[in-house]
Ligand binder design. Structure first.
Ligand SMILES: Cc1cc2nc3c(=O)[nH]c(=O)nc-3n(C[C@H](O)[C@H](O)[C@H](O)COP(=O)(O)OP(=O)(O)OC[C@H]3O[C@@H](n4cnc5c(N)ncnc54)[C@H](O)[C@@H]3O)c2cc1C
Length: 488
């Protein structure tokens, strides 16, 4: 059984002199009764915050929090809080300020380079804050730990859906709102962050504040895509729209990246499809080709008109594949593949993911140059995504993309065998590809495994860097929050 301490058990444990008995702010580590006796340290038991939820100190919990989907970076915290209330997060952040302890929120830990980890600090595992408080015809009120899949299922029961979903829907609302959240409907509706209406935030100072475009706008705009630097999002009001029941999905193949990209741009401009993405896929005979993935959502008896949807596109004749699915099957289309990868053990392998945004002006030559030197061994057979969004749909100042009207997401979603040399080589390759991308006007999507230091962040934020630093000073003046992003 996991060794954990509820508030009552924790205090009982302390009273019995068992387990952890204090925090040593000088060594920045928790100390046990044995340590304390050994060191003759004066232990101030009153240091401990009292929480409604559970604070875990056991090895298994610490190990779990020292890992993420990337399995590349491992930073060991000293405690993991599974909050039972918003107040627990306020309490922990205030406590952290008092003793200069780092804190990070953790949603589903699906970022790939230690972003949700914190060495010798406290991880707040928000998965226990998972209540859907309300679903109305235009929005849902949810706790930060709710997964998009859970919200989607509840919303669909009312005939509603979030207007945009990520490709994988087992991600937390708080984690994705801290990073961005892009999907095939982003060309019309922007990212998940563009569809957040109101947030309840525990700032780095430990203040609990509602914010929106009308109230505390600075805080609202800082926290969305704020990479956890300014506050922990504890609750969100997110937009909902009426859902269609079905999806007709079109896969169209291309040999030339520029022809492929041009058709994608046509589709995001005329908005004939509800969903537009694309992938780089391996050819049987070696090399790469391009697959445009588009979906039209409908509810019978209304039906899509295939000829009208495909008119004027320049895909390889006869290459089109057309299928019908329910809307939920489409939204949840990765589940079967991921279940398979879990069954064969590959899902637990390292994931040195490479994710950048490229300007429409350089994306073709950049992608061609990357692909010229890329093999399936380099990707570990992970998918490669390439699709455009319109920049005027991206409204949050800290979400950084190139400054062309259309920008392309380019991902190499690598899987590595669990061999450190191979993983390190892929991370080094990511850095090299990123530098090429940056010199062609690209920016990093921060969920990725690309080593970054403060000078990189400064370049990434460009003219917004000063605002970013100002917001940090204002909302997290003691630099408590989310060190795993390696910004401050
Ligand atoms: C299989 C897979 C598919 C994916 N598909 C997409 C996709 O289609 N589109 C896309 O945009 N992304 C995609 N992602 C990336 C994903 O959106 C990010 O990794 C996101 O951060 C994951 O959410 P999470 O709950 O796991 O966040 P975490 O990884 O737990 O956290 C991300 C960051 O936010 C911070 N954080 C977490 N919760 C909070 C909070 N409540 N308040 C403040 N800060 C917080 C963390 O400290 C960390 O710095 C995918 C990832 C995977 C593994």
């Amino acid at each position: 059984m996991a060794e954990h301490i509820s508030r009552r058990g924790f205090l009982k444990g302390i009273a019995a002199g068992a387990l952890v008995v204090g925090f040593d702010p000088i060594r920045r580590s928790w100390i046990t009764a044995a340590d304390a006796a050994e060191q003759g340290a004066a232990v101030d038991r009153a240091n401990f915050p009292q929480c409604d939820g559970v604070i875990y100190f056991d090895e298994a919990s610490l190990q779990e929090a020292a890992d993420d989907f990337g399995h590349i970076i491992h930073r060991r915290p000293v405690a993991v809080l599974k909050p039972a209330s918003v107040n627990d997060i306020v309490t922990m952040v205030r406590f952290a300020n008092r003793f200069d302890i780092k804190v990070a929120g953790r949603g589903q830990a699906h970022s790939s380079y230690g972003q949700s980890q914190v060495e010798a600090g406290v991880v707040i595992d928000t998965s226990t804050l998972n209540t859907i408080h309300a679903i109305t015809p235009t929005y849902a009120d949810v706790d930060c730990g709710v997964k998009w899949r859970t919200l989607l299922e509840a919303a669909l029961a009312e005939g509603l859906t979030p207007p945009v979903l990520t490709d994988y829907i087992e991600l937390s609302i708080g984690g994705t709102l801290s990073c961005g959240g892009i999907g095939g409907a982003s060309h019309q509706h922007g990212l998940l962050i563009d569809n957040a209406l109101e947030l309840l935030v525990v700032t780095g100072r430990g203040d609990l504040q509602w914010c929106s475009m009308d109230r505390q706008r600075k805080l609202f705009e800082s926290v969305l895509a704020g990479l956890g630097q300014f506050g922990i999002i504890v609750r969100a009001r997110v937009r909902l729209v009426p859902a269609e029941s079905n999806a007709r999905v079109f896969l169209l193949y291309y040999d030339d990246v520029n022809v492929f990209n041009a058709d994608q741009i046509t589709l995001i401009n005329d908005e004939r499809f509800h969903y537009v993405e694309g992938q780089v896929v391996a050819k049987d005979e070696g090399g790469w080709r391009f697959m445009l993935e588009a979906a039209y959502f409908y509810t019978p008896p209304a039906m899509p008109n295939n000829a009208a949807l495909l008119a004027g596109l320049s895909y390889n004749p006869g290459s089109e594949q057309i299928t019908d699915q329910t809307y939920f099957e489409f939204a949840n289309r990765l589940e079967a593949t991921i279940d398979f990868l879990k069954a064969i053990g590959v899902w637990g392998f390292p994931h040195p993911w490479f994710d950048v945004f490229m300007p429409s002006t350089t994306v073709g030559t950049y992608v061609d140059s990357v692909l010229a030197n890329l093999t399936l061994d380099d990707t570990g057979q992970g998918p490669m995504l390439l699709y455009p969004v319109k920049r005027d749909r991206l409204t949050r100042p800290f979400f950084r993309v190139p400054d062309t009207d259309v920008v392309f997401l380019f991902d190499i979603l690598r899987t590595a065998p669990p061999i450190p040399e191979v993983v390190n080589a892929m991370v080094a390759a990511n850095r090299q590809l990123f530098e090429q991308a940056r010199s062609n006007g690209g920016t990093r999507y921060p969920i990725s495994a690309i080593p970054f230091d403060q000078s990189d962040w400064q370049l990434q934020f460009g003219e917004m860097w000063d605002e970013f630093v100002k917001a940090k000073k204002r909302y997290d003046p003691h630099n408590i929050l989310t060190p795993g992003q390696n910004i401050f």
